[in-house]
Design a protein around this ligand. Structure first.
Ligand code: NAD
Length: 253
């Protein structure tokens, strides 16, 4: 039987590698899916793909770092589908591959705004809606292995992902008794455009990536999607405030 039958799910960064894979996985498990992204046209393409596969979907433009966009995003999901049961707060950026002393204030502000403020704003409005409904819900935030251990040449990115892990734990504690389970997924390095861009910027990164995973390879977006489906479903009914590493052993060393 399908794990998310009849549920209403929202995915941010839904046009990207991990977001798109998860939106499709949610659909296959029976959820109706709102796909939101900074790139609204690309989000609508993913929604079209879901509809073409026989699912129900809505594509939306939203910048998660803007309060008015996030409020409107949640309102549009509720206007279309009547409620919100599951949210995958996955939009995130990675702009620096520098030692800390070479990073600048614009990088810091941009990373904090999208990766931390974005997750905070999304949770704020999603949880408000879930509390109003009164039937609980499931939230999964995308952190990273860089949210669990040090991130080489990504000191600000690593700080933002540690912040996501911390916010996930605090929100888990706060809302567990209301039936809202907040967890995070911490991907290793995954074959997506983000990773391809990073290798193009810094070719010697390829060697680092090849050695990073004790399992001996990069991860695939679908492998993250399967873990996010688990955390979003009743299979994870007793999992709360947990940053789940899906990383080929990256953090096991
Ligand atoms: P991606 O670049 O393929 O997708 C990210 C998506 O987020 C893009 O579609 C982009 O348009 C969107 N986005 C960017 N800024 C946004 C904003 N302000 N508002 C709304 N949407 C925005 O990258 P991905 O690998 O799929 O990354 C998804 C998440 O996974 C990110 O949070 C990233 O930090 C995290 N992550 C990725 C990896 C990896 O190796 N790819 C590893 C660990 C964690």
């Amino acid at each position: 039987s399908r794990k998310l039958e009849g549920k209403i799910a929202l995915v941010t960064g839904g046009a990207g590698g991990i977001g798109r894979a998860t939106a499709l996985a949610y659909m296959r498990e029976g959820a109706k899916v709102a796909v939101a992204d900074l790139d609204g046209a690309a989000a609508r393409d993913v929604a079209d793909e879901i509809v073409a596969a026989g699912g129900e979907a809505l594509g939306l433009a939203a910048d998660v770092s803007l309060s008015e966009d996030v409020e409107a995003m949640v309102a549009q999901v509720v206007a279309r589908f009547g409620r919100l049961d599951i949210a995958f707060n996955n939009a995130g950026i990675e702009v620096e591959h520098e030692p800390l002393h070479k990073t600048d204030e614009a990088m810091f502000d941009h990373l904090m705004n999208v990766n931390v403020k974005g997750v905070w704003l999304c949770m704020k409005h999603e949880i408000t809606q879930m509390l109003r409904q009164g039937h609980g819900g499931a939230i999964v935030n995308t952190a990273s292995v860089g949210g669990l251990i040090g991130a080489p040449r990504q000191p600000i990115y690593g700080a933002t992902k540690h912040a996501v892990v911390g916010m996930t734990k605090s929100a888990g504690l706060e809302y567990g008794r209301k039936g809202i389970r907040v967890n995070a997924v911490c991907p290793g390095i995954i074959r997506t455009e983000m990773t391809e861009r990073a290798i193009a910027r810094e070719p010697r990164r390829q060697q680092y990536i090849d050695q990073a995973h004790p399992i001996g390879r990069l991860g695939e977006a679908d492998e993250i999607a399967r873990a996010v489906v688990f955390l979003s479903s009743d299979d994870a009914a007793f999992v709360l405030g947990h940053p789940l590493a899906v990383d080929g052993g990256y953090t096991a060393r």
